[in-house]
Design a protein around this ligand. Sequence first.
Ligand SMILES: Nc1ncnc2c1ncn2[C@@H]1O[C@H](COP(=O)(O)OP(=O)(O)OP(=O)(O)O)[C@@H](O)[C@H]1O
Length: 355
Amino acid sequence: MGIEIRLEGIRVQKGGREVLAVDELVVRGSEVWALIGPNGAGKSTLLEVMALLEEPDRGRVFYDGHKIDYRRALFWRRRMAVVFQEALLLDTTVFNNVALGLRFRGYPRSVIKDKVEHWLEVFRIGNLADRPARCLSGGEAQRVSLARAFVLEPQVLFLDEPFAALDLPTRSSLIEELHYILRQTGITAVFVTHDFTELPFLADHVAALQGGRIIQRGTPGHILRRPASIELAGLVGISNILPGEAWLQGGTVRVRLQGGVTLLAGTRLNGRVVACLRPEEITLQAPDTSAPAANVLRGCIRRIVPRGSLCRIELDCGIPLVAETGIHQLRQEGLTPGKEVLAAFPPDAVHLIPA
Ligand SMILES: Nc1ncnc2c1ncn2[C@@H]1O[C@H](COP(=O)(O)OP(=O)(O)OP(=O)(O)O)[C@@H](O)[C@H]1O
C-alpha cells in the first residue's frame, strides 16, 4: 500500500517572491496524481516539497499522518524514489546502476541479483545489463532510471517529466508499462508533465497549477473538458478558444461568438466568456438540405495537417474551427481541402470560461 501525503498551508519563496502557495493537498495511498501547468507555475517546487527535497518556508507535510521532521526524514526517504527528466546515471554498468540502492541498504548479493534482473526484465532492458550506462540511448537510460527506482520497492514515487525527452514510440511504451506497474504495485505516485495526452493513461487525479497556486483539481477527463482558465485550456489541447457573450435563456445557455455565430453551451455562465471546444468533439458530416440545427455549422475545409494516425482539420464556418479525426475516417468521408462540410458538436462539449 502506498503512503498518504498531506500538505497544509505550504508557502515557498524563491528569489524574494512567493512561488508556491498550496493551502491543502491530500494524495491518498495508491493514488496517481499528475501536476500540470504552464512554465514557472510551481510544479517542480510542489513536487520537491512533496518528495521532502525542499523544506517549505511555511506549512506542514504529513506522510501517513506523521508530521515530517526534516532532521529525521531518512525513515521516509527510504520509502520513496524520485525519477527526473535526465536519467542521472553513474558511469558504470546498467546492472550496477540498478543495484546501487540495494547495496547501500545491505541486501545480500543473491537477493540483489534476483531483484535487479526482475526489474530489468520488467522494463525490457535485460539484454543491457552489462552495457556501460554512458552508451545508452535516452529511452534506454530512462528505463534504467525507472528500474533503479522500482527495485527499491518504494511506497511512493515522484517523477519530474520523466518522458519529456523521449521519442513518441518510446514514450508510449514506457507510459503503458508504468501504468501497468503502478496499478499492480499500488505505489502512490505523483508526476509532473507538460503532455496532456499522458494524463488519461497515467493519472487518477490532476492538480493544475498557475502562479504557484492550485487553480483546479479533478479527474483527467474533467480537466481536459472543463479547464478553469484560458491558459490551462490551451495547455490541455483545446484548439478552439473563441471569445463571445453568454446569456441564460430558459434552461439553456447561449453564447454569441465574435463573428456572429450563436452556439448552445454546457456551462451556466452570463456575460463575457471564452467558449472552449475540444477538436475531437467536432464531427464532420456531408452537407444536406435539412433545417439548421443547434451547434451544426456549415463550413469549408481550409487545410488538413496529418499528425500520426490523426489529422487536424482547419475549417472556416463563419468562425475558424479546428477539428480532429482519424486518417481512416478522413479517407472514408472523402474529406479534402475546399470541401463543404457540416461541423456538429453537442452543447455539453462547449465549455465556457469567464473572460
Ligand atoms: N533558485 C531560484 N531562484 C529564484 N526563482 C526561482 C528559483 N528556482 C525556481 N524559481 C522560480 O520559481 C517559480 C516556480 O518554478 P518551478 O520550477 O517550480 O516551476 P515549474 O512549473 O516546474 O516550471 P517548468 O514547467 O518551466 O519546469 C518560477 O517562476 C521560477 O522562475
